[in-house]
Design a protein around this ligand. Structure first.
Ligand code: PEP
Length: 256
């Protein structure tokens, strides 16, 4: 399987700053490293300029969210055809920050996946337990419930990546242990095998949560992740380029 490295810039950067960051990443990843798909997900406002900066780079463009309808009276929302028109191929769906601060529900996440699939976009479904759920021994149940709710009634094959993002590991510099990553991904792969038996192996299963250039390898090698969803470190072009290079065929010493 091709590795997948996704940059989530969150709510950082103007159009000009985004274009400059994308240009630095693209310049330093030219030619595009083999064996790895790299996706940059800037804020909506920077998508157009980042698309131009990525032209002919082989790097891909993604959005951080999408609405489930194609058009209509949905003030403030962004529809899938608007993203495909900008050249997006991927969309982050169900990020824990949206679940926590913006009322994102499992039902809404499922509708957003459908919207992505209607328009040929690859959703990157984010799931993960909170610190309280982890302390209560509910990690497995939470992951199972989130993945199952997203896929219920949906038949594969459909393009999909799932990112295991323990909420307690995001943004604070306290990454999960690779063993925690492996355990979480095993649960996710188990649900995929139950619900999408014929194509479970085609779903890239990522880890996200304080990934950086120093710890990324451990999540792929000991943590069994097919790639990374990178937040803070993706705003540092040198760190992000290093992660992508390490994930490429030239930089890695493992296979799955
Ligand atoms: C994220 O935003 O998905 C993320 C994993 O952030 P960070 O790498 O900063 O923890």
């Amino acid at each position: 399987m091709q590795r997948l490295i996704v940059a989530n810039w969150k709510m950082h950067g103007t159009q000009a700053e985004g274009a400059a960051l994308a240009a630095r990443v693209a310049t330093n990843l030219r030619p595009a490293p083999p064996g790895v798909d790299v996706v940059l997900c800037p804020p909506f406002t920077a998508l157009d300029r980042v698309a131009s900066a990525l032209a002919a780079s082989g790097l891909r463009l993604g959005a951080q969210d999408v609405f489930w309808e194609d058009r209509g009276a949905f003030t403030g929302e962004v529809a899938p055809p608007m993203l495909t028109a900008l050249g997006c191929t991927h969309v982050i769906v169900g990020h824990s920050e949206r679940r926590a601060h913006l009322g994102e529900t499992d039902a809404g996440v499922a509708r957003k996946l459908d919207a992505c699939w209607r328009h040929g976009l690859t959703p990157i479904l984010c799931v993960g337990e909170t610190a309280a759920e982890r302390a209560a021994g509910q990690t497995e149940a939470r992951l199972h419930a989130q993945v199952a709710a997203a896929l219920e009634g949906r038949k594969c094959p459909k393009p999909l990546a799932v990112a295991y993002e323990p909420v307690w590991a995001i943004g604070g510099g306290r990454a999960a242990a690779p063993a925690d990553c492996a355990a979480g991904l095993a649960v996710i792969r188990g649900v995929l095998a139950e619900m999408w038996a014929e194509c479970a192996d085609d779903v890239a299963c990522l880890y996200g949560g304080s990934v950086n250039a120093e710890n990324c390898r451990a999540f792929w090698e000991e943590g069994a992740a097919d790639g990374s969803l990178v937040g803070g470190a993706s705003l540092d072009p040198a760190a992000f380029v290093s992660i992508c290079r390490q994930a490429s065929l030239e930089g890695r010493a493992w296979s799955r």
